[in-house]
Design a protein around this ligand. Structure first.
Ligand code: SF4
Length: 550
């Protein structure tokens, strides 16, 4: 029996964990079947995708349906039903509960719940070709790792490897699908280590733990981390963490990790206590701030903080305040995502909440945020995404963090400038971003200093020229001046024999004493910074810098 399992991922590097689970269950329960797994992205061209899925007239096509791909799958089903008159369609995944059977081809079966809990009847009906319209799975069954050597050595070697050491979430935020199914299914730590060891033997670039709250049991999280620290080598590990649930032991462990080995996604959503109460989100805000600041100061873990726009009870003021507070904590990435009002979640019944009627059900307005205000906040979030969430301006934003500039107001001004320059229709190159920031700060009281900081950040990214917006200082002139004035030997940087090579290989720029102080040097006056050809062993891998002796 030819069974094809189809996934549509957001990007090529993603993979669909659910489909690997499904394949393993089919192999286990129907030893004769040879399920074939095919992954596409939602951006692949439609017609060739339709042809590839319909090739060889499979007996059964199974799809994994999420809010981000359900519209595409519905469109495909309509066309596949015409070209594959004998094929049966099976749909599973979190978005299945929201599908209307009347909108689906009549040969469609909906599967609700976890694949490991499907009743035997599903498999016998599948073999006998009389599947019922719907099946419900029991939850809480064991879920062994679904990967095989050939997956990890083949298709997954180019993609992120998803892994879950626990299923479900102990919390119950009213906007989240994980809160609909209660309880958590924890896998034994010994088992987790064994499965991770198998995955790590293939040296994937990144393992993404999809545990909804990885540190819900801190001791358990720490035991898995210790194993990863010993066994993961260069593999980067990504975790979704509750920012208030870090223990002293966790900090002690994390402090010793090499830079970039772990990434944390930290769900904050709002710093408005009334909003958190309204969405049933339990979080100690004081601890959140304290912990993220501490992690940011350690500087070896990439920190991605999530805020949600359009939660019940949030206003323009509280959303801006959340941004100000989270920015002050110092995460590397701040995401201001729109609330998705999923049909089966409790938040859906909030009075005054308007949302798109089709997936992904983005919020349009709430009783405390009218649509124009939400629109403004959305574009503000896009500005944060473009300018803040990269490695280009780390010193610049660090300076703003310690200045009197309210960051929400800063991004508000930047948004106005971006709109006036049609920024959102242009390619957001580092040069364009730098030019806009330079134009925004040029006339400020501390404008000259901010322009120096932008120049420093630009050169730390490895450029050997200056963009027009920062062109006042001539790098060539600085090198010429050094060629005239530098001593013949400068231990440990060069000896007379390689003096000219030193001057050729690296990039030099002069900065004021005030700017040097911002970069962490204390100098009596101006000084020249050398931007070396080598990179730092740090999170952002900027160029190494040294201040040349006066
Ligand atoms: S938002 Fe996060 S913490 Fe809240 S229920 Fe969902 S997965 Fe759990």
């Amino acid at each position: 029996m030819r069974i094809k399992l189809i996934a549509f991922n957001g990007r090529y590097i993603h993979s669909c964990l659910a489909l690997y689970y499904l394949r393993e269950e089919l192999r286990r329960r129907l030893p004769g079947a040879l399920p074939e797994l095919r992954q596409f992205t939602i951006n692949d061209p439609y017609y060739p995708t339709l042809l590839k899925i319909g090739e060889d007239a499979p007996a059964v096509l199974m799809f994994s349906v999420y809010i981000w791909n359900s519209e595409l799958i519905l469109r495909l089903l309509g066309d596949l039903a015409q070209i594959l008159p004998a094929t049966r369609f099976v749909l599973g995944g979190p978005q299945v509960a929201a599908l209307q059977p009347t909108h689906l081809p009549d040969r469609t079966t909906l599967v609700h719940g976890e694949v490991e809990g499907l009743p035997d009847a599903f498999y016998t009906d599948l073999i006998e070709n009389h599947l019922a319209p719907q099946y419900r799975a029991e939850s809480g069954r064991p879920f062994p790792s679904p990967y095989r050597d050939e997956d990890l050595a083949g298709e997954l070697s180019q993609r992120q490897v998803y892994y879950e050491s626990s299923r479900g979430c102990p919390f119950a935020c009213s906007y989240c699908l994980s809160s609909v199914a209660r309880g958590v299914n924890w896998k034994e730590v010994a088992r987790v280590k064994e499965e991770l060891g198998f995955i790590l033997a293939h040296h994937p670039k990144l393992i993404k733990f999809v545990d909804r709250t990885f540190n819900a049991r801190p001791e358990r999280a720490l035991a898995i981390w210790r194993f990863l620290a010993e066994s993961a080598g260069e593999t980067v590990c990504h975790f979704e963490m509750a920012p208030d649930l870090f223990t002293r032991e966790m900090f002690a462990f994390l402090a010793d990790l090499p830079p970039g080995r772990f990434q944390f996604e930290l769900g904050i959503q709002s710093t408005n206590p009334a909003t958190l109460r309204a969405v049933n989100r339990v979080m100690d805000l004081e601890k959140v701030g304290e912990n993220i600041r501490r992690l940011a100061t350690m500087g070896n873990i990439h920190l991605h903080a999530d805020l949600i726009l359009g939660l019940p009870g949030d206003s323009a003021y509280s959303c801006r305040h959340s941004l100000n507070q989270v920015f002050a904590m110092g995460p590397h990435h701040i995401q201001m995502g729109l609330l998705k009002v999923l049909p089966e979640t409790a938040v859906n019944s909030t009075p005054g909440l308007l949302h798109a009627h089709r997936p992904p059900y983005e919020v349009l307005a709430t009783s405390t945020l009218d649509h124009p205000t939400l629109r403004q906040l959305y574009w503000l979030g896009e500005c944060v995404e473009s300018f803040h969430n990269n490695r280009y301006f780390t010193t610049f934003f660090k300076y703003l963090r310690n200045s009197d500039w309210e960051i929400a107001a800063f991004f508000g001004d930047l948004l106005e400038l971006c709109r006036s320059r049609n920024f959102f229709s242009l390619a957001a190159t580092q040069e364009l971003l730098t030019g806009l920031l330079a134009d925004l700060v040029r006339e400020r009281r501390d404008g000259p200093l901010l322009l120096e900081i932008l120049r420093y950040d630009w050169l730390r990214c490895g450029h050997r020229f200056l963009p027009a917006a920062l062109g006042e200082s001539d790098l060539t002139e600085c090198s010429r001046e050094l060629a005239r004035s530098m001593p013949p030997n400068l231990d440990p940087l060069y000896e007379y024999r390689n003096r000219s090579e030193f001057l050729k290989r690296h990039t030099f720029s002069r900065f004021s004493g005030r700017a040097l102080a911002v970069f962490g040097w204390s100098a009596p006056g101006d000084g020249v910074v050398a931007f070396l050809a080598e990179r730092e062993d740090s999170l952002h891998r900027h160029q190494k810098t040294i201040l040349l002796p006066a």
